[in-house]
Design a binder for this molecule. Structure first.
Ligand code: KG4
Length: 334
């Protein structure tokens, strides 16, 4: 039995979690509302809010887990990628806390953590993917296809060469005048819309890499032309526009996944990251799994966005491997 405290502060959520083996004892997240009015994350505000939140969040995580600091076996933390000012708060806190308790320190890659969230055992019956599997990692800042051979061996077989899927959805939402982050709003409005109402062009690139900048431009130009014909086009067609944007992005995402799963012949596929909360992506992934008779793994909503529970699981794997960090290490942004 090993209790690990994990800290996540890579962007605009301050989170701490306690794990006991693969069982989550607590997972506290303090989200920052301050960014909403700016239409995106303001890095300096994010680091200030982390400074304010980190101690209460860690205290609550330890209390809610029903343990004492002296019960902990190690401290895990997100080292990167992310915003430097945000990461530094978590990294410095984790180092000082580990030093003061004389505990080993474990550095975790944020993207590995999103993928390893699939191994959180919320109940003894929770099913986890078998290795190797392919995970489509889709967040605000990253879009990757990852071949996961083991918790210690992950290969990025495809990635975006420009914008991330979440960024594309958020920027489209901004064009439509929806609040930040736009992803959940597009998801909701799209439920009442016709996904084939508008067709947006996009570039096809060889291999498993992605490109979303063409889609963004196509959305912008299509709406500009429609607005010339009818100044009320946005208000009158908002559901159809959202459904069409969402359909375009999801189709691009799943096309490469389908290509990869045929080439790599895996039996399990998964999604991870903030955009994996999208209801249309979830249902289309299930359809894809059905078509090829694959097991499909979709994370529970609380583990799709940034959270320390996933960092704790990734940290626990490193703990089992005696893979500890030294006190000199620093955060990395990419
Ligand atoms: O992984 P994440 O929480 O943050 C980082 O990028 O680190 O992902 C945030 C992204 C945002 O782009 C947000 O709009 C998107 O996830 N998102 C969604 C949905 N919920 C969150 N996108 C589409 N549909 C959703 N339901």
């Amino acid at each position: 039995m090993a209790y690990i405290l994990a800290i996540e502060s890579s962007c605009d959520d301050t989170s701490a979690a306690v794990i006991n083996d693969f069982h989550i004892c607590s997972n506290i997240v303090a989200s920052q509302k301050v960014h909403e009015k700016y239409g995106g994350v303001v890095p300096e505000w994010a680091s200030r809010a982390h400074q304010k939140n980190i101690i209460p969040v860690v205290d609550t995580a330890i209390k809610e887990a029903g343990i004492k600091k002296s019960d902990l076996s190690a401290i895990a933390f997100t080292r990167g990628p992310g915003l430097l000012g945000s990461l530094l708060v978590g990294v410095s806190f984790a180092k000082s806390f580990a030093r003061s308790l004389d505990l080993p320190l474990i550095d975790v890659n944020h993207l590995d953590a999103h993928i390893l969230a699939h191994f959180i055992k919320d109940t003894p019956e929770t099913k986890v993917p078998s290795f190797p599997f392919i995970c489509l990692l889709v967040s605000g800042g990253n879009t990757q296809l990852v071949l996961v051979r083991s918790p210690y061996d992950m290969e990025i077989i495809g990635k975006t060469i420009d914008d991330a899927a979440g960024e594309t959805i958020d920027k489209s939402a901004k064009i439509l005048g929806l609040p930040y982050p736009g992803g959940p709003h597009i998801d909701n409005l799209a439920k009442q819309g016709n996904k084939n109402a508008l067709v947006f062009s996009h570039s096809n690139i060889p291999g498993y890499d992605y490109s979303f900048s063409g889609v963004k431009t196509s959305i912008l130009y299509t709406l500009r032309d429609k607005l010339k014909e009818n100044p009320n086009f946005l208000e009158e067609n908002i559901n159809d526009i959202c459904a069409s944007v969402q359909h375009t992005v999801v189709t691009i995402l799943l096309k490469n996944l389908e290509k990869a799963l045929k080439d790599y012949k895996v039996k399990d596929i998964a999604i991870a990251g903030g955009v994996s909360a999208n209801s249309y992506l979830r249902s289309e992934l299930i359809n894809l799994g059905g078509k090829y008779n694959l097991n499909v793994f979709i994370p529970p909503f609380q583990y799709t966005t940034d959270n320390a529970a996933m960092v704790a699981v990734a940290g626990y794997y490193k703990f089992l491997n005696n893979d500890f960090a030294n006190l000199e290490l620093t955060a990395y942004t990419r």
